[in-house]
Ligand binder design. Sequence first.
Ligand code: PGA
Length: 254
Amino acid sequence: MRRHLIVGNWKMYKTAAEAAAYVRRLAGLVRQSAKVEIVLAPPFTALSVAALPIARRFVFAAQDLHWEDEGAYTGEISAPMLTTLGCRYVILGHSERRRLFGEDDAAVNKKVLAALRHGLRPILCIGESLAERQRGQTTRVVLRQLQKGLHGIPNEAGRHLVIAYEPVWAIGTGQAAAPKQIDAVHRTIRACVARKWGRVAAGRLRILYGGSVKPDNIIDFLGTAEIDGALVGSACLDPKSFARIITQTQSAKQ
Ligand code: PGA
């Protein structure tokens, strides 16, 4: 059985002091449960909160990395820098990085490989735009991002991987995809991974949904066996709202 995973993507919100206050507040609102892994992805400058004793019950993720371990890359952060801060996951290929910062599938692939090389678990984001969906290209786009993003990754590394299906038209719009639409894409993703790495590996893979997930719709998604959790943006910024998403996931049937 796949353990549910709820990831809060803070994007470019919260200073280090605000992050520390958030983690204390969230810790007071949620209990730990073996059923759900709770991952927080603050900006780089707030990742130091992972070292607070109260933060031990959470797992931390970065929102990006550079594929080289070190070098003359002004402004960039490498995988070893993140692991020493206590990160276990890294979000890669988020549509905002692809769209606003020109990241292509080849760059995302180098980042996935770098993360795995250093024991960081990639949360690989893939998803179609509204125009692509309307043109009937959803499957083609998602499979291209998946295959190119995972190029050269060996079967055994697959167990450390998480895929987040995030249709671009659902992110930050309040217009979440319907569970049926998500289910169809998740099945396509899992079938592709089964062809690449075999059915056992595909059965182990956690596939999250992201895009306007809120406390009042999370339960709709978790009723679908193919959806293993959520990547939450705006609704994770308030600890009370994120805690509601977590507690509902904890009480959901698996
Ligand atoms: P949203 O963002 O929950 O605000 O739609 C999701 C994401 O960008 O990962």
